[in-house]
Each structure stands twice: as C-alpha cells, then as structure tokens.
Design a protein around this ligand. Structure first.
Ligand SMILES: Nc1ncnc2c1ncn2[C@@H]1O[C@H](COP(=O)(O)OP(=O)(O)OP(=O)(O)O)[C@@H](O)[C@H]1O
Ligand SMILES: Nc1ncnc2c1ncn2[C@@H]1O[C@H](COP(=O)(O)OP(=O)(O)OP(=O)(O)O)[C@@H](O)[C@H]1O
Ligand SMILES: [Mg+2]
Ligand SMILES: [Mg+2]
Lengths: 256, 256
C-alpha cells in the first residue's frame, strides 16, 4: 500500500518541483516503486523527468474532470521504478470547474486509491497556491513535505500553510501529518540562509528534516535536459543531498 | 492620470514582489506619486515596504468583496511619494467568492478608477497563478511587466502567460500591452543565466527590457528589515539596477 506524500507550499519558487522530482527519482534508484503526480498546471514535474507535454493525449485533468481511468494516463520514465501522472495547462481550468462538483475536495483521493497498490510511494507536486488543487492533494495524502527556501518571504508564508494543514486535519483528512520541513537552496556563506536555518531548528525542531538541500547550479541545469539530478550529474552536491533525503524518508518508515 | 502596470507571472519565485516593491520605491524616490497594490494573499509586497499585516483593519479584500472605499484602506509608507493598498490572507478566499459575482473580472478596475487621479503610477503585485485575482489585475492594467528568472522552468512557463495576455487582449482589456520582460536573478558567471538571456534577446528583442536585475543578496535581505532596497542599501547592485529600471520605464513614457 503506497505512502502518499504531497509536496506543498503556497510560496512560489521554493523548490517544490525540484524536491518532488529528485526525491521520487532517488527512491526509484533505491528500487522503491514510485508514482510522481503533477498537480501543477505549469507541468514542470513532467518536464523534470523528460515527459514531452505536447505529445500527451491525456493528463490528470481528464481523470479529475471526466473520470478517465488514471491507470491509462500514467507514463513510464527513463527510470524503471519511476512512473508519472502528467499535467497540462488544461489543469488551470479545473479549479473553477471543480467548484460546483460534489466531493470536489476528494476527487484526487479516489483517483489515487485505484493506483495505490502498484506503488510504494506516491508524490504529489503542488502549485504555488492553497487552492482546490492543493486541497485535493492534502486530502489524498498521508503527509505533507514542505520545502522552505532559506529566505525572508518564504519564512513569512510558513504560518499560512501550517494553518491550512490544521484546517484539513480537522475536517477533510484527520490523519494528515507533516512529513517534514525541508530547507532548500541553503547557502552556508549567506547570513540570511544561516539565520533561517537556525530559526527553523529552534522553533520547529521535530518538523525540520536533518537533510538540507544546498543551492547547487546542477539542480537548476538538470530540468533543461529532462533528467532528474541522479541521471544528469550523480556526483553533484544536489544529487547526494536528495539521496540523503531519500534515506531519511525511508528510515522514518521503518521506525514509525 | 495614473499609468497602471501589473507585475505578473504564474511561475513562482521569479521576483514579482521584489520588482513591484523596488520599482515602485525607485519611482517614488524620483518623486513620482506611486501606489503599490498587493493582490497576493501572501501579502509580501506589504512586508517589503514595512507594513505590519497584523495591525491592518481593512485590506484590498474589503474593497473587492464588500465595496469598502479604497481611499480609506490606502496606507502611507516610509517614502513620502509611495502609498500601499495592502493584502491579507483573507484574499485567498476572494477567488471562490468572486466566482458568482457579476463583472467579477472588472472589480479591481473599478476600484483603481477611483484612485487613479491621485497617482502617476499604480503597480499591482500578482500571485503566482493565472487565477481571478491575476485576471482582475490584467483587466485593470494598461500594461504587464513580466519578471523572468533566468532558469529553465521559468522559461517554460513564458508561453502560458503570453497566451493569457493574448486572451485578455481579445476580450476583457483590448488595450493591454506588454510593458516588457525583465530578466531577474541574472548571474553572469552561470551558463544557464547567460543562455536564457541570449535566448530571450533573440526571440523577444522588442519585449525584453534593457535593464537586467542581477542576483544580489542585499535584495533578499531588505524585506527582513521591511525596507525597499533604496532605503536598505542604496550602494548595492540591486538598488542601482532597480533605479536603472525606473529610468527605463520613465523614458518609455516620454517616447510613447
Ligand atoms: N537547491 C537548488 N539549487 C539551485 N537551484 C535550485 C534548487 N532548487 C530549485 N532550484 C531552481 O530554482 C527554481 C525554483 O525551483 P522550483 O521550480 O522547483 O520551485 P517550485 O516551488 O516548484 O516553484 P513553483 O512555485 O513555481 O511551483 C527552479 O528554476 C529550480 O531549477
Ligand atoms: N535579484 C535578486 N537577487 C537575489 N534574491 C532575489 C532577487 N530577486 C528576488 N530575490 C529573492 O528571491 C525570492 C523570490 O522573490 P520574490 O518573492 O520577489 O518572487 P515572487 O515572484 O514574488 O514570488 P511568488 O511567486 O511567491 O509571489 C525572495 O526571497 C527574494 O527576496
Ligand atoms: Mg513547481
Ligand atoms: Mg510575490
């Protein structure tokens, strides 16, 4: 039975897609069966694993709005243990189209239930918003992984996502937990980065993950080659830090 | 009569707020009367100019949803020629609340019409989405300024925002133009940055602005002090590049 983790933060550009893509790929390299679900109309997670959005006949939009069977939409990737449920820009319309649908918040949960037996992990990449798409992801997930860029505006937004998780825990998904807060784009030479890191460990000691993702240009180059970091440059600090994160996530499974 | 420019890009973390805050502040230093409108529920633009969101009694939400007079909500800032129309997290609810309202796309246009005579420029900071809040901003504006981070995922999203602008030009706002595409977080030592810069000048020579904003840590430090860059560190490359941008925007006024 798959563990479903949604990668969310309404602050933009904090490393949600980079984390969803590279953590999925690192677990797939460790031969866990992984499904990466793209719930962002930008479709960046798909590009990050080499999917060509222009060739897609169906996407997650068709499963959410027209009840198309998700198993038909799932794509293979270059990594044998990694599959993708892709998104296209149509998904931007789903927000308004879902408004008047019954059980609008639980659509994704039902879709993933039909797939969960085929995977060990399912990761959901969320858009930079706390809209119906992100609410669907948090309702379908067992836990939320919150990437946090080590900058002021990103810290300021943390209380909003924690409040939203709390609301979901009271209603739509009582068993939702916080998988962890992941410090991203950390630059040890930069005062602000160090301050944010210290503040996070002081105020959120349990939630802040041990693994820290450094700022590493190879991580931003990899998507232009349609490859996760472990295929683009396995020797880079970006690749080793996401491998460390995969080990930390697996270790948490064993101890829970 | 104010020139209304909306700062938009659905890709997250590309420098929308940093641009809206620092361009507004640079024009205010040049004694243009400027109103900064925050249409992002994260409320980052307000923090960037020192507004304390917890002290706010009213925000743009009250003008959009309850027709509160905007002039009553506008706040002064540390810069005499810069005013702020602030946002709070309530604004996240406006998206669904506006769905069934008549003229839902033109609400902001009507609000700004009542303020336009008091300003030379009005800048609207948009959330990372092409939702009703951003559509309202594009319908109210004369032009769109598109910050573009020099990275692969940001380039990938450019066609979506250009498509949305085109749709708005055909219906809701026929006179909407592109003020320009602004390259942000440019790092001359980084191949990817240089490649994106070259590609943008080759494919969008007219739209890509002359001014390029370099990656500069002082820009990310300034918001934690609640100050635009010109008040936090006027000697920084971040401050001079936003002053250059202000000059370029003013020069375009003269020649149009
Ligand atoms: N650790 C890192 N080091 C260097 N660059 C990074 C790192 N993580 C992400 N990036 C780059 O920073 C940009 C933002 O990251 P990403 O797109 O993953 O964030 P996001 O939160 O998914 O953004 P959005 O809010 O638009 O969905 C991308 O161009 C990405 O390549
Ligand atoms: N030129 C720059 N150099 C260094 N840091 C920058 C620069 N521009 C912006 N930043 C920092 O990068 C982060 C993202 O910028 P910003 O928040 O302005 O983007 P945004 O597009 O408004 O994000 P969102 O999509 O969440 O609204 C912020 O922490 C900001 O301080
Ligand atoms: Mg993303
Ligand atoms: Mg912003």
């Amino acid at each position: 039975m798959a563990k479903i983790i949604c990668v969310a933060n309404q602050k933009g550009g904090v490393g949600k897609t980079t984390t969803a893509v590279n953590l999925s790929a690192s677990l797939a390299v460790a031969e866990r069966r992984v499904l990466l679900v793209d719930m962002d109309p930008q479709g960046n997670a798909g590009s990050g694993v080499g999917a060509d959005k222009d060739l897609l006949e169906e996407s997650i939009y068709d499963a959410l709005i027209d009840d198309a069977p998700a198993a038909r939409i799932v794509l293979k990737t270059e990594l044998p243990y990694l599959h993708l449920l892709p998104a296209t820009s149509d998904l931007a319309g789903a927000e308004l189209e879902l408004v008047s649908v019954t059980d609008r918040e639980r659509k994704l949960k039902k879709i993933l239930a039909s797939l969960a037996d085929s995977y060990d992990y399912i990761f959901i990449d969320c858009p930079p918003s706390l809209n119906l798409l992100t609410i669907n992801a948090m309702t379908a997930a067992h836990s939320v992984l919150i990437p946090l860029q080590c900058e002021f505006y990103a810290m300021e937004g943390l209380s909003q996502i924690l409040k939203t998780i709390n609301l979901i825990q009271q209603g739509l998904n009582k068993s939702l937990s916080i998988e962890g807060i992941l410090l991203t784009m950390f630059d040890a030479r930069n005062n602000l980065s160090r301050q944010v890191g210290e503040e996070m460990r002081a105020h959120f000691p349990k939630e802040t993950l041990q693994t820290v993702i450094p700022r590493n240009v190879r991580l931003s180059e990899a998507p232009s080659h349609g490859k996760p970091i472990c295929l683009y440059d396995i020797t880079s600090r970006g690749a080793t830090s996401y491998m460390d994160l995969a080990k930390e996530i697996i270790a948490r499974e064993v101890s829970h």
